[in-house]
Design a protein around this ligand. Sequence first.
Ligand code: GTP
Ligand code: MG
Length: 421
Amino acid sequence: MDEPLKAFLVTLQPPGETESRASGHLDELKGLVRTLGMETLEGIVVRHREKHPRLLVGSGKATEIADRAKELGADLVIFDDELSPSQQRNWESDTGLTVIDRQEVILEIFCDRALTREAVLQVALARMQYSLPRLARSYTDLSRQRGGARGNRGGGEMQLEVDRRVILDKIDKLKDELVLVRQHRDRTRQRRDRGSLPTASIVGYTNAGKSTLLNRLADANILQEDKLFATLDPTTRRTPLGGGVDILLTDTVGFIQKLPHHLVDAFHSTLEEAVQADFLVHVVDASHPDWEVQRQTTLSVLGSLGASDKPQLLVFNKIDALGDEVTRRGLELQFPEAVFVSLRQGTGVEELKRRMVAAVKAVHSPRKIRLPLDRGDLVGYLYKNAQVLTERYTEDSIEIEALIPPAALAAVAAFDAEPSA
Ligand SMILES: Nc1nc2c(ncn2[C@@H]2O[C@H](COP(=O)(O)OP(=O)(O)OP(=O)(O)O)[C@@H](O)[C@H]2O)c(=O)[nH]1
Ligand SMILES: [Mg+2]
């Protein structure tokens, strides 16, 4: 096996940011680097007081970083902060080192993880847009260093085609192809949507335990691992919540701070679709020191997707890994609405299901409908457009209890046995 690439990491600590926050960023970057199969030799936090347009840090500091990285035998230097194309060029021409930023690391992870045609196209698009202003870089880029062609277009081969026009043409072609892939997906989805099941999407910071949740509730058998961005492509499973209530539950890509905006743009439709559900289940890793920053990051990404108003069920996971009871009680006081679980051990899962049923019922109102015996058409309508829980024949009527989505209420409202109950 090839030797893993060795990286030297740098995080800036701007004025007003605490040291622990900055070292949190550094730890997260380490996790991203590990996810890519690279090794971190050393990571440093650099206090950052003023702007240095040329190299992001002052030239003295830059020399210090470069010397240390070379001394340790690093293959590359990775900044947690975004480097502009010219800063990156300056770094590389001044030091002869390969210098990249967190954005490129995340792009590379997405590239490794993309499985469906749509995800592959989206990542390729994001990478091309990222690389376009960086074409003049002299070095061979990260994806080549990591072993080159891995099926996805973009990255390495782009360096050879230095002609911007070629890249721009490719970007156009990718966009066209994406439109076709999405049209196809929309058609498949419409077919599936004819079902009447309530829907929920699991959202949250990467590594919070989203896939573990779907696996636990739906035996979904999705890859869950202690790596960032284990999941890229949405997976939906029919999930029984008990009491005859089933929902379609979707697990999707995790969020992270400083998500490259090209990726957000490229994945916009996937993400938007992922949050198009009756309600969201927001999973937070309660055992993570920065859980609050992670929670806020998720909320702000949801905001940018126009999903702030969606009902949300807040779930604090990994309570088995909380240091002490006090922390948990503090959280309970602060978030009385939240559910506390250990998805690994199964603690709190029954309560979580009950709360999910309640969330379903807040949207799909449970109704008792009393139909005359000759309205078999409406019975059929309910089976098609609602989730029928019970059906009972009396001498002169058919009584149906069902969870009825708002759009289907009007058709049967006249037969509501408990109006405005
Ligand atoms: N201690 C503890 N670990 C957990 C718990 N639930 C999940 N994990 C672990 O957390 C890690 C991440 O879980 P995933 O389900 O893959 O997380 P995710 O949110 O899907 O992550 P991405 O797909 O990467 O965004 C895995 O190693 C899980 O085993 C829990 O209740 N307690
Ligand atoms: Mg996952």
